[in-house]
Design a protein around this ligand. Structure first.
Ligand code: UGA
Length: 436
């Protein structure tokens, strides 16, 4: 298969490199000249484990290349994937589809022969219809089938998720697209990954419903965690106890400081808007969004309580800034609201993150200072707050921390440590959903 991948951001690059690895011939397209030049030099603009080696291998094998010229790549392609961004539109929370529609217009003018146009970007229900309308209006002679094929990649685990998916979802209205879609995913298909064929609108909704459900599941366990603190129960035990029921499932039941990232906050909001536009309401998701927003600042109150109820003049060391480990992505990271709230309460914040500090600096107040290690961050601190569960923070040397800190207090917002173990080192421990 000859593939043109429009948009060489996170999804486009990972998908393009993986399709190339399956043996297809892939051209990744992007308007950003600097990005394409960097990729041609072998520099990967995002942090994703394994991606640099995968890109390098496939470039070397002649299966993967990069260009800023959309027309040439599309003209030569059997399949064109749209993987451009769909950020939240400022002001109203709707997904901003201007990049998707602009790509559709350019694709319309460049296609030759029958071409399958696949939307991989996360797009609201009905976007496939609009992409098809735009293509037909722009070039009535274009022979295309427009397909929805949402991605379910997690940052930090994207290559594994692409190559061993729980399922592949394909929404199509034109049967001619079925065979090429099977062909492009053949290695996975042979590996028994299920392919769900459905209508285009159902496929578009599956993506939002999946993310909204996961966001709701996290929010559910976060609320149960709050209840655990009140009633003297341990959310880790509750989570395990309910998760072993196959109907519930053990994943995404880890209580923490609230979900963040580029997907859940944006997609839950967009689903709420879509429902409202259709005179409907997804009230569980509306509530999920509200609870999660409040939760981040509530975590700062937890830290202040651990500092004795008053943060003024206190030094708080924050470990982990990115929205989750193994990424440098700071979008909607809980650390942003938590740090802001701590500063508002008069605390001085010293932060450390193994990868995300450069990305974090422009987003955080100038008064935040940065440390090169957890121990440097802890020097003179009144509390140590673990916000992101990087592996580097899973085996901290408590004796060394205690010697460095002004007061030995650990607020573990990811429940990485066992309270007893930390207490044995003479620390005051505060987790999430664990009664003191
Ligand atoms: C998420 C989905 O997991 C992917 O399937 C989807 O493809 C992607 O969004 C997307 O729409 O593109 P991602 O945002 O990379 O992936 O990150 P997750 O691993 O899902 O974590 C999201 C947030 O939930 C993080 O802030 C994480 O810390 C939090 N989380 C996750 C919890 O607080 N508890 C959990 O048990 C799991």
């Amino acid at each position: 298969m000859k593939i043109a991948m429009i948009g060489s951001g996170y999804v486009g690059l990972v998908s393009g490199a993986c399709f190339a690895d399956f043996g297809h011939s892939v051209v990744c397209v992007d308007k950003a000249v600097a990005k394409i030049e960097a990729l041609e030099r072998g520099e990967i603009p995002i942090y994703e484990p394994g991606l640099d080696a995968l890109v390098a291998e496939n470039v070397k094998a002649g299966r993967l290349s990069f260009t800023t010229e959309l027309a040439g790549a599309v003209a030569a392609a059997d399949m064109v994937f749209i993987a451009v961004g769909t950020p939240s539109r400022r002001g109203d929370g709707h997904a901003d589809l201007s990049y998707v529609y602009a790509a559709a217009r350019e694709i319309a003018l460049a296609v030759t022969g029958f071409t399958v146009v696949v939307t991989k970007s996360t797009v609201p229900v009905g976007t496939g219809d609009e992409v098809e309308r735009i293509i037909r209006e722009t070039n009535p002679a274009a022979d295309v089938a427009v397909v929805s094929n949402p991605e379910f990649l997690r940052e930090g685990a994207a290559i594994g998720d692409f190559k061993k998916p729980d399922r592949i979802v394909v929404g199509l209205e034109d049967e001619r697209a079925r065979e090429p879609m099977v062909e492009v995913y053949r290695p996975l298909y042979l590996n028994a990954s299920p392919i769900v064929f459905t209508s285009r609108r159902s496929s578009e909704l599956i993506k939002y419903a999946a993310n909204a459900f996961l966001a709701m599941k996290i929010t559910f366990i976060n609320e149960i965690a709050d209840l655990c603190e009140e009633v003297g129960a341990d959310v880790q035990a509750v989570s395990r106890g309910i998760g072993l029921d196959n109907r519930i499932g053990s994943k995404f039941l880890h209580a923490g400081p609230g979900y963040g990232g580029s997907c859940f906050p944006k997609d839950t909001l967009a689903l709420v808007k879509t429902a409202q536009d259709h005179g409907s309401a997804v009230r569980l998701i509306e509530t999920t969004v509200a609870i999660n927003d409040q939760r981040k600042r509530a975590m700062a109150r937890k830290v202040i309580a651990a500092c004795g109820g008053d943060a003024r003049g206190k030094v708080v060391a924050v470990l982990g800034l990115t929205f989750k480990p193994r990424t440098d992505d700071m979008r909607e990271a809980p650390s942003l609201s938590i740090i802001q709230a701590l500063q508002d309460a008069g605390a001085k914040v010293v932060a450390h993150d193994p990868v995300g500090m450069e990305a974090a600096k422009p987003l955080l107040d100038d008064a935040v200072s940065y440390a090169e290690s957890p121990y440097e961050a802890a020097a003179g601190a009144d509390a140590l707050v673990l916000v992101t569960e990087w592996d580097q923070f899973r085996a901290l040397d408590f004796a060394r921390l205690k010697a460095a800190m002004r007061a030995p207090v650990l607020v573990d917002l990811r429940n990485v440590y066992s309270p007893d173990e930390v207490a044995r080192h003479g620390f005051t421990y505060e987790g999430v959903g664990r009664a003191a």
